[in-house]
Design a protein around this ligand. Structure first.
Ligand code: CA
Length: 489
């Protein structure tokens, strides 16, 4: 063998070795991304400037839109705190995960964090849990290597927290504290595993207590009045009228934290209350934005920005004076829509926007998919990973099913319904009343066209589709007849 032949033979042998099936096992596995799921409580998309610059500026949260993707049609399947959290963790609707109201979760069931933990992730839960942490073992987080949560709703200042079962009182502003703890979790993590962190703010939940810095920033703030502020509910069902979440009638002294100036009545008093509400709400949001900025800067400084998926969302939307409302619950747009921003440099083109319809039950399948874990068969959501890469998978949903059960707070009548890309049909089942909105012609939902003969065919089609979706989601109404008791504080 001459030199050249010997060289070629060696090359051939080397190539054959590389082609052996076992050889791939010696290659390092592709690096799985870390995942940080930032969720605030009751933060409406329209109080984030990436969605709408009308009310405030949130430059830090906006970074995730600039450097990642903004979802314009992310919806909650039940627009209320505890049920949305359960839907996120289980990938299932309330009638299957057992959390339709403010009741604790059966924490023995499979959940997102348990699957990730089994797949080798180091898992953590910091901040607002609100699935029964106040109930000891029965409702505390499971499937987390480390957890440190607020009991129930938690306090805005000097909060009591429960660290791995042990109650500890901390000093400071809760939004800052939760961020400190989130950073500490990552600092102390084992270096040989990817991490999954749920970093959950309490803010800007009612009764909106800002810290001094942000309170001052907004103390003279005069918010623009929403176009639907004086909705008189003409043509709507009785639900809006009989609810108790009205800016004028229902914001109380505890919400407003000061007495209205003497002599204010009627429309003037309503506007004064709205101003007070927005001043505190937006000041709480501003502290969240500052802290998200601090957290993102910390990821940058520690070389973690590239291989970490960062999400910002809220457990549902919120009314900021629209239809004379505060709070959420109704299937109307402002409450139904969740903000959802996601940065993942490896997969997502900076500054991209998706109009794909995604639901809170999709979050678990998507994050599992990102971690290389197949969607468990009993999850009802679907991974939207392809949407992150700019592809809409065949058969992606064009309609979603919604159901609100809660009979108590704010007296919002139970309802369920369907939202498509153009229409929304809502059935207030206890009242036996319907509402239909043509979102293209009436995006603010001011004109109920359910009884308009021009929409008769649309109503017929939507009712069929609603029944189909309800059945597909395995909701047979039985569950709604025996609701559990509120017990999570
Ligand atoms: Ca909430």
């Amino acid at each position: 063998m001459n030199k050249l032949t010997r060289y070629l033979t060696l090359c051939l042998l080397a190539a054959l070795v590389c082609l052996q099936p076992g050889a791939a096992q010696n290659q390092p596995a592709p690096k799985r991304p870390n995942i940080v799921f930032i969720m605030s409580d009751d933060h409406a998309a329209h109080a984030i400037s990436a969605y709408s610059g009308r009310l405030n500026k949130t430059p830090n949260i906006d970074r995730l839109a600039k450097e990642g993707m903004k979802f314009e049609n992310a919806f909650a399947t039940n627009s209320i705190c505890t049920p949305s959290r359960a839907a996120i963790l289980t990938g299932k609707y309330a009638h299957l995960n057992g959390v339709p109201v403010f009741n604790h979760i059966d924490n023995s069931q499979p959940m997102l964090q348990k699957y990730l933990q089994q797949a080798g992730y180091y898992t953590g839960m910091i901040g607002k849990w609100h699935l029964g942490g106040n109930r000891g073992k029965e409702g505390e987080p499971t499937g987390f290597d480390y957890w440190n949560i607020l009991p129930g709703q938690g306090a805005y200042f000097d909060p009591m927290m429960i660290e791995m079962g042990e109650r500890k009182k901390l000093t400071g502003y809760t939004t800052d504290i939760i961020t400190d703890l989130a950073i500490q979790f990552i600092e102390k993590r084992p270096q040989d595993k990817p991490f999954f962190l749920m970093y959950h703010h309490k803010a800007p939940h009612r009764n909106w207590q800002p810290d001094e810095k942000h309170r001052k920033q907004f103390e003279n703030y005069d918010p623009p009045i929403p176009a639907t502020f004086d909705d008189d509910y003409k043509g709507k069902s009785d639900a809006a009228r009989q609810s108790t979440m009205h800016i004028d009638a229902d914001l109380n002294d505890n919400d407003l934290k000061m007495k209205p100036p003497a002599g204010l009545t009627g429309a003037e008093l309503k506007r004064w209350k709205f101003r007070r509400y927005m001043q505190d709400y937006l000041a709480c949001v501003q502290a969240v934005d500052d802290n998200v900025g601090r957290f993102l800067d910390w990821l940058d400084k520690n070389g973690l920005a590239e291989n970490t998926i960062v999400i910002y969302t809220s457990d549902q939307g919120f009314f900021l004076g629209e239809h004379n409302f505060y709070d959420k619950r109704f299937m109307y747009e402002e409450a139904l829509r969740m903000p959802f921003l996601i940065r993942w440099p490896e997969k997502i083109k900076p500054g991209s926007v998706s109009k794909g319809m995604i639901l809170n039950v999709d979050f678990a399948p998507t994050l599992l998919d990102a971690a290389g874990v197949k969607t468990p068969a009993d999850m009802q959501g679907r991974s939207f990973l392809p949407l992150l890469e700019g592809r809409t998978p065949p058969g992606w949903r064009t309609a979603m099913y919604y159901r609100y059960y809660h009979p108590g707070h704010h007296n919002v009548a139970a309802h369920y319904g369907i939202r498509t890309d153009r229409y929304k049909l809502i059935y207030f089942n206890k009242l036996d009343q319907w509402e239909l909105y043509d979102l293209r012609k009436d995006p603010r939902e001011m004109r109920n066209v359910y009884s308009d003969p021009a929409y008769a065919k649309i109503v017929e089609g939507l009712k069929k589709e609603l029944q189909r979706l309800k059945k597909e989601m395995k909701d047979d109404d039985q569950f709604a007849n025996e609701l559990p008791k509120d017990d999570v504080g």
